[in-house]
Design a protein around this ligand. Structure first.
Ligand code: ATP
Length: 239
């Protein structure tokens, strides 16, 4: 078994081999393997506390206390459940914060326009609605032109209608940018509406891995959609 983390820059968005993570005496990830192909939209489901966010944080290089091999595309970006905007920077400045060089307002404006926030460029984050703040966080991720976009339950705090719109937007942005996406979600329908491939985490590994060949746009009433939803819910121990 590998000891310590070997981190390489990958030509694929992500290649993970034998990844393990322990917190005290609890093993959360236990020899996990995963490949994500260029441009693939992958949804990751699993019961609460099974280690989904832990995996995502490792891929984002926010956690190094692991063993195994992790290769991740150099250009990657993350959006979390909370938008995590800096309240003392205007919205446009938040979008390009951390990028090398002088803050490039034009670039920020282009990204904000892409997520439908061209009219919010100069405001402070505190005046944004929850959905707008989340779209700002998406703009901040996309402005980095990632090969791998990591999304940790980005819609879960939104109301139902805003959530639907945000899901639609992510689907459009994915088509336009062509980046691979790893979306952590609790929502089986969201996974089936958006993803090319659905994973379920189980006992520290990927226990279910299914490529979807449903046509797009997806229809929740489509018999194949209904049967996949039932299969996934059963896999998650629901219903
Ligand atoms: N920094 C930490 N210190 C100790 N335990 C942690 C830490 N981070 C995560 N854990 C534990 O690891 C387990 C997996 O957590 P993680 O957040 O990855 O789960 P999750 O599948 O994303 O859950 P949820 O769906 O509820 O967000 C949990 O039991 C959690 O308490």
């Amino acid at each position: 078994m590998a000891t310590g983390l070997q981190r390489e820059v990958s030509t694929k968005p992500a290649v993970v081999r034998g990844l393990s993570r322990r917190f005290g005496d609890r093993t959360v990830l236990d020899g996990l393997d995963l490949d994500i192909e260029p441009g693939q939209f992958v949804a990751l489901l699993g019961p609460s506390g099974c280690g989904k966010s832990t995996l995502l944080r490792i891929l984002a290089d926010l956690d190094q206390e692991v063993t195994g091999e992790v290769e991740v595309a150099q250009r990657r970006a993350v959006a979390f459940q909370a938008p995590r905007l800096m309240p003392w920077k205007r919205v446009w400045h938040n979008v390009v914060l951390g990028l090398p060089g002088r803050p490039d307002k034009q670039r920020a404006v282009a990204a904000l326009e892409e997520v439908g926030l061209g009219h919010r460029v100069d405001v402070w984050p505190k005046v944004l609605s929850g959905g707008e703040a989340q779209r700002t966080s998406l703009a901040r991720a996309l402005v980095r032109e990632p090969d791998l976009l990591l999304l940790d339950e980005p819609f879960s705090a939104l109301d139902a209608l805003t959530r639907l719109k945000a899901q639609q937007l992510v689907g459009e942005l994915w088509k336009r940018h062509g980046c691979a996406i790893l979306l952590v979600t609790h929502d089986v329908e969201e996974a089936l509406l958006l993803a090319d491939r659905v994973l379920v985490m189980d006992e520290g590994r990927i226990g279910y891995d299914r490529v979807l060949d449903l046509p797009r746009p997806r229809e929740v009433g489509d018999p194949e959609f209904v049967s996949l939803r039932a299969e996934l819910l059963a896999r998650l121990g629901v219903g």
